[in-house]
Write a protein that binds this ligand. Structure first.
Ligand SMILES: C[S@@+](CC[C@H](N)C(=O)[O-])C[C@H]1O[C@@H](n2cnc3c(N)ncnc32)[C@H](O)[C@@H]1O
Length: 283
């Protein structure tokens, strides 16, 4: 039996896994704060760290309860990989590692750059990032190398929003500060075909939809054009109204959305040929 105690918790403002990046993006305009636990002597433990511009965070995928020996990575073609050849959160010991920019230390608060952790993630350890020890950029990286080469090409699909979807996205942003449009465009621009990890599925009416955290976006594909037709809450009204649903993410926004658009779903597109399988994989 091993007992580990978090040294702190990160505050990122990202409450849903969907909102977190797969790995930190250097250019993302983000700043986050790691709050170290008080009363443990960590202030001394942080001495001399301010000379490092980057640190490793070692952390717990605390929202995951299961693991699988083979996983379906979210990027690229739908090919299962051995979990130890991936950075999947679904691991026997769900430990994550992330190198983040260290911008400032303010007592027990560490001000950090972009990261891929959701709000409240427990942090087990910090280590300085040391380029001479930690960086081997010319080493082969297996299946990731071919994937990255393919993803370096421009996204093969052009994503647009219908007037209704645009109005809904604008309303979510202006009334609730909920904005999943950039991530939606990124995912659908790469590959809008059905995929379990990307939470893309085909409905009985032939339309496709993608889970975006607490929301779903319904879309159609025509050649290399993806049109998002409408958005809707991820949960039906009868579910949201049941007692004990307070922890549902974006609950108040979902209820307000359903008042504003009680029947968000427009009629399915009249021409069935509007919707077709993705003719090519993202790679
Ligand atoms: C692909 S993993 C990579 C994590 C780490 N950089 C690594 O390589 O070990 C990043 C994803 O984990 C998910 N995630 C972030 N924080 C989490 C948490 N506390 N519990 C479960 N999943 C989390 C988010 O969906 C995020 O996009």
């Amino acid at each position: 039996m091993l007992a580990l105690e978090p040294i702190g918790y990160i505050r990122t403002g990202k409450h849903l896994k969907f909102a977190a990046l797969h790995q930190p993006e250097e250019a993302a305009p983000e700043s986050h704060v790691l709050e170290m636990q008080p009363g443990r002597g960590y202030q001394d433990g942080l001495r001399d760290l301010d000379g490092f511009s980057r640190i490793w965070l070692i952390w717990w995928f605390h929202k995951n309860t299961s693991w699988r020996p083979m996983v379906l990575p979210p990027r690229g073609p739908a090919v299962r990989r051995g979990v130890f050849a991936t950075r999947s959160p679904h691991r026997p010991n769900p430990l994550g590692i992330t190198p983040v920019q260290l911008r400032r230390i303010d007592g027990l608060l560490l001000h950090l750059g972009p990261c891929d952790l959701i709000d409240g993630t427990p942090i087990f350890d910090i280590k300085p990032y040391i380029p001479a020890y930690d960086s081997f950029p010319s080493e082969p990286a297996g299946w990731i190398d071919s994937l990255d080469a393919a993803l370096a090409a421009p996204p093969p699909f052009v994503v647009s929003l219908s007037p209704l979807a645009q109005a809904q996205a604008d309303w979510l942003q202006s009334h609730w500060e909920i904005d999943f449009q950039p991530r939606l465009a990124q995912l659908l621009g790469r590959d809008p075909s059905p995929h379990r990890t990307r939470r893309i599925k085909r409905a009985a009416d032939g339309l496709l939809s993608i889970g975006c955290g607490a929301w779903r976006a319904h879309f159609a594909v025509l050649g290399s054009a993806v049109q998002v037709l409408f958005l809707e809450p991820g949960f039906p009204l009868r579910f949201l109204h049941r007692p004990g649903r307070e922890a549902v993410p974006d609950l108040a926004a979902q209820l307000a959305f359903l008042e504003r658009w009680p029947a968000a779903a427009p009629l399915p597109p009249s021409s069935p040929q509007m919707v077709e399988e993705n003719p090519r994989e993202a790679t």
